[in-house]
Design a binder for this molecule. Structure first.
Ligand code: CP
Length: 306
């Protein structure tokens, strides 16, 4: 059966660990694995802007011996002109995998249901699971084994990053906390799925409105933009609501003394995080950005072998 990666809990805890182990090996020997030799092609489709995802998939597919086909929906038939399933039926005749950055999770599910090649979520409104593989790899590098560590996400609890943090960290056996305004809590379905995973792995899940309660003693503090792609019309209202959730030195002082700071980028300095924190000694954002490459290469290799 074709495996897809549409959300973080599409892999089991053991599978997630295996992908991260493979990412470590691929980072150590960057050009040593060529599972896309042939060369096989991978379609990488963007409905939204991107720097890191576009470049890391392009470079990663090339590293693996394949050919990346970077497609913008604006100049393809996808995006209202052709259904995801019809697009997938065509692409599967020519490519070995489909990577798609889009809006609704339902489009990804339709595409995956209609094709014989792996479909990868390169960010949707609900989840950003490729980013979380990179984040977990980065935490492992800086802080060691994932299980038992505490991660605090501060900001928009409904965002794709917050929801992926819940699922991915629970899968890794971590203690994951989200601090968000009450009106921006994560989806109850996602919280339940994360709680179920945490029960399996020994992790835990906590959703609170108080950022200090979330960050207290945390090993990793994370935030993301307050204005996700597609939410630009709500910008002024969001800046007002999220003001108490800025990650600054005062909030970081509640974390563990050796806590690290992460942000998937792009960042709005002075809004969700101060320059002192994101550009300070606890920030590991550049390793986090680089690890998109290694984690996604491992994911593609794993999916093609599954
Ligand atoms: N973090 C991330 O997904 O970056 P891009 O939007 O630049 O791809």
């Amino acid at each position: 059966m074709t495996r897809h990666f549409l959300r973080d809990d599409d892999v089991t805890p053991a599978e997630q660990a295996a992908i991260l182990d493979l990412a470590v090996a691929m980072k150590q020997d960057r050009w040593g694995a060529k599972p896309l030799a042939g060369p096989q092609s991978v379609a990488v489709i963007f409905d939204k802007s991107s720097t890191r995802t576009r470049v890391s998939f392009h470079v990663g597919i090339s590293d693996l011996g394949g050919i990346p086909l970077i497609i913008s929906t604006a100049n393809s038939q996808l995006g209202g002109k052709e259904t995801p399933s019809d697009t997938a039926r065509v692409l599967e005749r020519m490519v070995s995998a489909i990577v798609w950055r889009t809006y609704g999770q339902d489009g990804l599910e339709e595409m995956a249901a209609g094709t014989t090649v792996p479909v990868v979520n390169a960010l949707s409104d609900d989840f950003h699971p490729c980013q979380l593989l990179a984040d977990l790899l980065t935490i492992r590098e800086h802080r060691g084994a994932l299980a038992g560590q505490t991660v605090a996400f501060v900001g928009d609890g409904r965002s794709n990053m917050a929801q992926s943090y819940l699922l991915a960290c629970a899968t890794a056996g971590m203690h994951v906390r989200v601090a968000a305004p009450d009106t921006f809590d994560p989806s109850p379905d996602v919280v339940t799925a994360a709680e179920n995973r945490a029960a399996e792995t020994g992790g835990s899940v906590l959703v609170v409105s108080d950022p200090v309660a979330a960050v207290a003693g945390a090993d990793v503090v994370v935030t993301d933009t307050w204005v996700s792609m597609g939410k630009e019309d709500e910008k002024l209202e969001r800046l007002r609501i999220f003001e108490p959730y800025r990650v600054d030195d005062r909030l970081m002082s509640h974390a563990a003394p050796d806590a690290v700071f992460m942000h998937c980028l792009p960042a709005d300095r002075g809004y969700e995080v101060t320059a002192d924190v994101i550009d300070g000694p606890r920030s590991i954002i550049w390793d986090e950005a680089e690890n998109r490459l290694h984690a996604q290469k491992a994911l593609l290799a794993w999916l093609l072998a599954a």
